[in-house]
Design a protein around this ligand. Structure first.
Ligand code: ZN
Ligand code: FE
Length: 255
């Protein structure tokens, strides 16, 4: 009962992920950014696509669904709250639901904010979290549809997962996230260390993904909206974490 995760680049700055259940051979793509990139990864591994797990309705995450479904007959799982925005969903899921890939189970969490119905997929045995645009290394997705309170609640659900969870997010935004994070939390040693690591990785042309959730809990300002030092930076001592989260998000939008 374990999975192998294949990481590859897709489109201009998306990550593509194939998840392969070793017991049964079932293979899912996490989101459907680009047919050619996904098919190339399948061929490189010698895997057959059986499932498509969708996180949210944005075009860079769903565009390849019709082509992949036509070519492989794959089952498409996606957020029930965005069912009317995503064509070809076969199975509708939301927070609290479980979806299986062969012998591997994924718990679904609601992570609204980037989009209202955004969901993430967590494999609690292998400790993999597929967060798409809900959680980036040192950041979170832009709040296009949601409001800060529910978005913060979703971040807290992810923060409650074990420290040794590996996080696979939707985009390589880590370097610019690090610059912003250092501007609001300059004395954070964990953040300084991750920022240096990111600079070195990017200088070598390497991805910063997947990343360790425990390290991100200590370094990502959006995960630390209930930290007194972050509140103080924004002059929000005594404010609710959701208010601080809103201030961080607004500051990042204008950074
Ligand atoms: Zn998105
Ligand atoms: Fe995206």
């Amino acid at each position: 009962m374990s999975v192998i995760v294949d990481v590859f680049a897709a489109r201009s700055d998306n990550f593509g992920y194939l998840v392969h259940d070793t017991a049964t051979g079932r293979t899912a793509t996490i989101d459907a950014p680009e047919t050619a990139a996904i098919v190339a990864a399948l061929e490189r591994r010698g895997w057959e696509l059986t499932d498509i797990f969708i996180t949210h309705h944005h075009i860079d995450h769903v565009e390849a669904i019709p082509e992949l479904k036509a070519e492989f007959g794959a089952r498409v799982v996606g957020p029930k709250a965005e069912a009317e925005k995503i064509a070809d969903l076969d199975v509708l899921v939301g927070g609290g639901d479980t979806v299986t890939l062969g012998e591997t189970s994924f718990d679904i969490f609601d992570t609204p904010g980037h989009t209202l119905g955004h969901i993430v997929y967590h494999d609690p045995v292998g400790k993999h979290l597929f967060s798409a645009d809900a959680l980036f290394s040192l950041g979170v997705g832009r709040m296009f549809e949601g409001t800060p309170g529910p978005m913060w609640e979703g971040v807290k659900l992810m923060r409650a997962l074990p420290d040794d969870t590996l996080v696979y997010c939707g985009h390589e935004y880590t370097a610019s996230n690090a610059k912003f994070a250092l501007s609001v939390d300059p004395d954070n040693a964990a953040l300084q260390q991750r920022a240096a690591e990111v600079t070195a990785l990017r200088a070598e042309g390497k991805p910063t993904i997947p990343f360790n959730l425990g390290e991100d809990k200590a370094a990502n300002p959006f995960m630390r909206a209930d930290d007194a030092g972050i509140a103080r930076h924004f002059g929000l001592e005594g404010a609710s974490p959701a208010e601080v989260f809103a201030a961080i998000r607004k500051a990042k939008d204008n950074f």
